[in-house]
Ligand binder design. Structure first.
Ligand SMILES: Nc1nc2c(c(=O)[nH]1)N[C@H]1C(S)=C(S)[C@@H](COP(=O)(O)O)O[C@H]1N2
Ligand SMILES: [Mo]
Length: 157
């Protein structure tokens, strides 16, 4: 009986922790015409239309299925204008991504790989994923460094 109570309280604690994670801001988007930056929680991102793409990456073995939101749609939804997206990660990595990339290719802000949520220890919670396997042009170091893992902020310039 005590064991059952332990299991139940552990489940409640885990569910609570999962809910807390859902409510955390995971992405800040700034540089919008309307001014104030927009903050997205994991729940906000999950409520948006999803895109899944299959691709290999330069940092993992084999082909994986990534799910997330199209970066193009995210920027359109915010009515963001600007030709350059400066992406910043939790580890302070910063790189400029040409807006043209997201217009031309189905680049996603991914939050799961093979059906499992990405966490900080595993390139998450957000990882910019390019449809690398589908386009020869994307199989290039210039694009590899735009695959920002632990993505935390997008500034549109
Ligand atoms: N957050 C974050 N994303 C990053 C990087 C990084 O250091 N931090 N390195 C970039 C570079 S230079 C490349 S080639 C690819 C793969 O980097 P990795 O082999 O260090 O994972 O991820 C890119 N995304
Ligand atoms: Mo790199």
């Amino acid at each position: 009986m005590r064991y059952a109570a332990f299991i139940i309280s552990t489940c409640i604690a885990l569910a609570g922790a999962a809910l807390a994670v859902e409510k955390q801001v995971v992405l800040k988007v700034s540089g919008l015409i309307e001014g104030a930056p927009v903050h997205f929680t994991m729940a906000d991102l999950r409520a948006m239309p999803t895109t899944t793409l299959e691709t290999s990456t330069v940092v993992t073995d084999g082909v994986h299925s990534f799910t997330g939101v199209l970066l193009r749609d995210l920027l359109d939804q915010l009515e963001a204008t600007g030709d350059v997206i400066t992406a910043t990660a939790l580890n302070d990595y910063v790189v400029d991504i040409p807006r043209a990339d997201v217009e031309e290719f189905d680049v996603i802000v991914g939050y799961s790989m093979n059906g499992t949520e990405l966490d900080r220890a595993n390139k998450g919670p957000l990882w910019i994923v390019y449809p690398r396997d589908g386009h020869k042009a994307l199989q290039d170091i210039r694009y590899d460094y735009r695959w920002v893992w632990q993505l935390s902020e997008l500034e549109i310039r």
